[in-house]
Write a protein that binds this ligand. Structure first.
Ligand SMILES: [Cu+2]
Length: 228
């Protein structure tokens, strides 16, 4: 009997040690209603740090787009940027976060970058002004990216105290800072609706990697044309 009780207790503790934290983001005050996809939510332990468990990720270049547009990776992760188009592409960032530049690379080839610092990395292509992506480098293994309907779920979160943090591309830093809150994880938890205001967000253009303007017609038909 004692043995059985102990077994039950251990099992219960094991289940509680890996909780699922879920919720839904709701984008409000938007100038035009967009998809709720691509909001990154993560949990940072209040005391100490949990090793972020770096892994390999892929950010595709396809039809002159970066896919997915927003991606979260733990610190130390490697991101591959395969070029699936018949033209040259580039990937660079010169914003806060981690600056990098892959240089131009040919159709069917790939470049990879390892992100060693947490932060928001805004990624562009030096030839195509319309290509952009955001890599959110998080210092924690507990993160999720919202689906189109806004739902997110972070699995395998050990019991403990955490700070909940949120990144949304169309929210101001002030809005995002105000959304930070402390949560206690003891078992599976539904955070309910996380309302994120897009008020005050201004879309600003970006320069090419030299800090200059993009030419009105991409240079892809010139020296950067791929094999036809
Ligand atoms: Cu490009």
């Amino acid at each position: 009997m004692t043995f059985r009780l102990l077994t039950c207790f251990s099992l219960g503790a094991a289940v509680m040690a890996a909780a699922a934290i879920q919720g839904k983001v709701d984008l409000i005050d938007a100038k035009k209603k967009g998809s709720a996809e691509g909001v990154v939510v993560w949990l940072e332990p209040v005391a100490g740090r949990n090793a972020p468990a770096p892994a390999k990720f892929t950010l595709d270049q396809r039809s002159k787009r970066f896919l997915p547009h927003v991606m979260a990776v733990p610190v130390g992760s490697q991101v591959d940027f395969p070029n699936h188009d018949p033209i040259f592409h580039n990937a660079f960032s010169n914003f806060a976060g981690q600056p990098f530049d892959t240089g131009l690379y040919a159709p069917g080839t790939s470049q990879k970058i390892t992100f060693r610092r947490e932060g928001i990395v805004r990624v562009f292509c030096n030839i195509h002004a319309q290509m952009s992506a955001v890599i959110v480098v998080v210092p924690s293994p507990y993160f999720a990216t919202s689906a189109a309907a806004g739902s997110f779920r972070i699995d395998n979160v050990p019991a403990g105290e955490y700070t909940l943090k949120v990144f949304h591309e169309r929210a101001t830093e002030k809005t995002l800072a105000a959304l930070e809150r402390r949560i206690s994880v003891t078992s599976d938890q539904d955070l309910g609706m996380v309302k994120i205001s897009e008020s005050g967000y201004l879309e600003v253009g970006h320069k090419n990697k030299h800090g200059g303007d993009y030419p009105p017609v991409p240079l892809e038909n010139g020296p950067y044309a791929g094999k036809k």
